[in-house]
Each structure stands twice: as structure tokens, then as C-alpha cells.
Design a protein around this ligand. Structure first.
Ligand code: AMP
Length: 285
């Protein structure tokens, strides 16, 4: 596996691959990799000849007071995992390789998509995400890019960005990978104490409850999200940021659930903010 720190290293290598007629897949990550990330790499290896994984804690997507400084990092562990999953190149730049001191140009979705759900409490987050993902697309010029449905709002916003800006890159959404007990895998799970880890299970239990209600024929979004909220509130360490039902593409609020809608939540467990979601399938929940 090639370890690249600079934009020019990545560009030169990708140029060689493209000359040989090989397809290139990109998996953007912030590192501290787990099985959720690995599933994206596996899918990229299945679909592309060469796979590039970016491993970069992107400062522009963190707001003031968020966990940029404490975000967990372990590049050696990441490299071992990536090598084991058949990644061909990891791109691990310094912040100074990606950004000048004063940024004058951002890529920003100006609709309500980045203002709803996580955007209510993280107003600059998706501008940072769109900017870094655009930069990675320009650096790697992949044929396909792989994103997790765990970050469903991010996936919808990136799909819209790729359409609006004619990136010509296929976006592949990959299912949420969970721990055996149901907790969605996340680099931030490492922040949880033993007691918090137990109570964090309420997110996946709320997902299951929502799906069960839909499978029983309930399609009223308010009723479903209210029941999910009531379940979450039973946990003393849980504080709900939001539990919402939206259209899966436009992210506009929805009253009556239909296939493809998104039921998403963010919940603080102690100081740690966790997210989870499911896509509505009216036959199965
Ligand atoms: P992050 O490093 O948290 O920015 O995540 C990098 C990519 O991995 C994003 O596309 C995430 O949606 C995806 N991802 C993170 N956790 C999971 C998970 N548990 N299952 C599937 N994909 C995930």
C-alpha cells in the first residue's frame, strides 16, 4: 500500500493507473478506522481496480467548541486495517497540504438541506464536508466514491453536489455497520464510558422501534418519532438533539412516511453526540 502525504504524489500515482486503463475508487474518511470504514473499502475493492482511502481529520467541518482537537487518531492502526482490506493507496495529508491559512473559497449547498437535522446545531459542518470532498474529488479524480448511510444527510448532500457541479463521479451508498449489540460503529464511540456505552444502545433500539411501527402499518411520522423520543428519554444519560423524518433525497420534513424517507436522530449520551438512522421500507419497516 502506498502512503501518500502530498497532493502531487496522489496525482502522479492516479495518472499512472489511469494510463493503464484502471478504474479508481475513493473512500473519504477521518481515520480511526473501524469495521464500518472497512466495509466501504471492501465495496470499493469489489467495484474498482484501485482504491484510494483518504485519512484526514478535516478542520473546516468542525464548529467552535466541537471535538477537532480531541478527535481520535491512530494512523498506524489505520494503515494495518487498510492493508488487510486491500487498499492500494492511503492519502494522509497535513492540514497545511489541504488548506492555505486564509480560505477564500468554499463549496456550499445553499438550500435548506444542510440546515435541517444535524445542520441545526452544526451550521458550518456541511460546508466543510462539501469543500473537503470536492478537493478530494479534484485530487483523486475517482470513477466512484463510497460513503456510509450512517451519515445519511452527508450522503444526500454529496449526491446533490455531484449532480449540481457535474463531477461525473458515481456515488455509492453503503449500509450501516453495527456492533453485535446494535450500536452503529463510530470513531466517537471511543469517548463513551462503560455506563454510557450501555445507554448508547437506546439509539439502535429506537431505530428498531421505528421500523417495527412502520412494519405494523403506522405511517404517521409524528407518531413514530414521538414513540422513538419517548424510548430514548427513558435513558437518564441521553439528551435528544433531534429525531426527525424527512424525504430521503430533498431532506424536507415529511408527515406521512413513504419508501425511501429517512428517519434520523442525533442524541447526546453524556457529552458524546451520536447519530443513527434508517431508510423507510414500508413493507419491512
Ligand atoms: P468518518 O471517518 O466518520 O468521516 O466516516 C468516513 C465514512 O465512513 C463516511 O462515509 C461514513 O458514513 C462511513 N461510516 C462511518 N461509520 C460507519 C458505519 N458504522 N457503517 C457504515 N459506514 C460508516
Amino acid at each position: 500500500m502506498i502512503k501518500a502525504n502530498t497532493v502531487s504524489q496522489v496525482r502522479e500515482q492516479v495518472k499512472k493507473w489511469k494510463k493503464e486503463g484502471l478504474s479508481v475508487g475513493l473512500v473519504p474518511t477521518m481515520g480511526y478506522l473501524h469495521k464500518g470504514h472497512a466495509s466501504l473499502v471492501d465495496e470499493a475493492v469489489r467495484q474498482c481496480d484501485k482504491v484510494v482511502v483518504s485519512d484526514f481529520v478535516n478542520p473546516t467541518q468542525f464548529g467552535p467548541g466541537e471535538d477537532l482537537e480531541t478527535y481520535p487518531r491512530d494512523f498506524e492502526h489505520d494503515c494495518a486495517l487498510l492493508e488487510a482490506h486491500g487498499c492500494h493507496m492511503v492519502f494522509h495529508p497535513d492540514v497545511s497540504e489541504m488548506y492555505t491559512e486564509e480560505i477564500a473559497t468554499y463549496v456550499e449547498n445553499i438550500s435548506d438541506m444542510p440546515k435541517t437535522l444535524c445542520g441545526k446545531t452544526r451550521p458550518i459542518h456541511f460546508r466543510g464536508v462539501c469543500t473537503v470532498v470536492s478537493k478530494l474529488f479534484n485530487i483523486v479524480t475517482p470513477d466512484k466514491a463510497f460513503f456510509g448511510m450512517k451519515d445519511a444527510q452527508q450522503l444526500a448532500i454529496i449526491r446533490k453536489m455531484v449532480t449540481d457541479l457535474s463531477f461525473g463521479i458515481e456515488i455509492v451508498g453503503c449500509p450501516i455497520v453495527r456492533e453485535d449489540d446494535g450500536l452503529a460503529m463510530s470513531s466517537r464511540n471511543t469517548y463513551l464510558s462503560a455506563e454510557e456505552r450501555k445507554q448508547a444502545l437506546v439509539l439502535s433500539r429506537a431505530v428498531k422501534l421505528g421500523q417495527e411501527l412502520i412494519a405494523k402499518g403506522e405511517h404517521d411520522a409524528d407518531k413514530i418519532t414521538s414513540e422513538m423520543k419517548a424510548l430514548i428519554t427513558e435513558m437518564p444519560l441521553a439528551k435528544i438533539d433531534y429525531v426527525s423524518a424527512v424525504d430521503g433525497t430533498s431532506l424536507k420534513d415529511t408527515k406521512t412516511l413513504k419508501n425511501g424517507d429517512l428517519v434520523a436522530m442525533a442524541v447526546y449520551i453524556g457529552k458524546t453526540r451520536l447519530i443513527d438512522n434508517f431508510t423507510v421500507n414500508c413493507d419491512k419497516g
